[in-house]
Design a protein around this ligand. Structure first.
Ligand code: OGA
Ligand code: MN
Length: 296
């Protein structure tokens, strides 16, 4: 396969053409794509139209997939394979979800800047989102380059945050938008996690590891830590660090959750938007310094 990789932004994100993801990918091509995601942090593959199995097979080239990773588990009939996350506003019969529907309201949280699964015991390395149905206006996905954002911080701030850790909780991020309707079962399955604020990546670069799920800084007064997190989030999502993807049916966008944050933009929910996400886990990055310290 002859692959072309074209940058889409000054610091990150690229479009990949010439890879037919419906067909098995040979090892040489897989290596080119692994290098490309390492270099660019976001890869856009236009016009692919994959079945669920084809999307899963492609995602498996990059690591082990997370299974059953929707945050709403109680009282829901799954619409798609349990190996994919349902990022849609429709039910298993293809009907638009009711305005009050719990999955719809929890999914609205995707409009907050975040990185996937920062709140889970095993975080996400890559996400691969595939568009089955798109809306006529809005519904873009925006990405922020957290390495460029880190590099641009004043040295004083880099020193201040070097050893800090934040608590990440999806219960907290949804509560910040007024969604508190988690069952006891869901709450028990989603305990908070402690994560460093600054990450060394295998590429040798450093990123800010942030998300709306980050509620406070460990060991700091809650308001002080929350204000620092807000300040860093504002810094990292300035226009110069952001790439906006306008979806077409068949697009597959892959991103590195260690290197980027992302968010969905609003759209008119009288239209269906059907997206399905494969999530490649990051099992090498599970234990925080805080957990290590407290367990001796
Ligand atoms: C996701 C996500 C944003 C969007 O799939 O993880 O946050 O635009 N999606 O749907
Ligand atoms: Mn997401």
């Amino acid at each position: 396969m002859s692959i072309t990789v074209t940058p889409l932004h000054a610091t990150f994100a690229a479009r990949v053409e010439g890879a037919d993801l419906t067909q098995p990918i040979d090892e040489a091509t897989a290596d080119v794509l692994r290098d490309a995601i390492d270099t660019h942090g976001v890869l856009v593959f236009p016009g692919e139209k994959l079945t669920e199995d084809q999307q899963i097979d492609f995602a498996n080239l990059f690591g082990t997939l997370d299974v059953r990773n929707g945050i709403i588990q109680t009282g829901i009939k799954q619409r798609i394979s349990e190996r994919l996350v349902d990022i849609s506003n429709i039910d298993d019969k293809g009907q638009l979800l009711d305005r009050q529907n719990r999955r719809r309201m929890a999914n609205l949280g995707n409009q907050l800047w975040h990185t996937d699964a920062s709140f889970k015991a095993t975080t996400a390395k890559y996400s691969l989102l595939h568009a089955h149905t798109v809306v006529s206006e809005g519904g873009e996905t925006q990405y922020a380059d957290m390495c460029a954002a880190y590099d641009a911080l004043p040295q004083k701030m880099k020193d201040k945050i070097a050893d800090l850790e934040a608590e990440h909780s999806v219960i907290a991020s949804r509560a910040s938008m007024g969604f508190m309707d988690f069952s006891d079962e869901e709450r028990a399955a989603l305990p908070p996690q402690v994560r460093p604020l600054v990450r060394e990546l295998p590429s040798g670069r450093t990123s800010l590891y942030l998300a709306s799920h980050a509620s406070h800084i460990i060991g700091w007064p809650i308001p002080e830590g929350r204000m620092l997190i807000r300040d860093l989030m504002e810094h990292a999502t300035q226009r110069e660090f952001v790439y906006t993807h306008n979806w077409e049916i068949g697009d597959l966008v892959m991103w590195d959750n260690r290197r980027t944050m992302h968010r969905a933009r609003p759209f008119d929910e009288s239209e269906a938007r059907d997206m399905r996400r494969a999530t490649v886990m990051d099992p090498d990055w599970q234990v925080s310094r805080h957990e290590l310290a407290s367990t001796g």
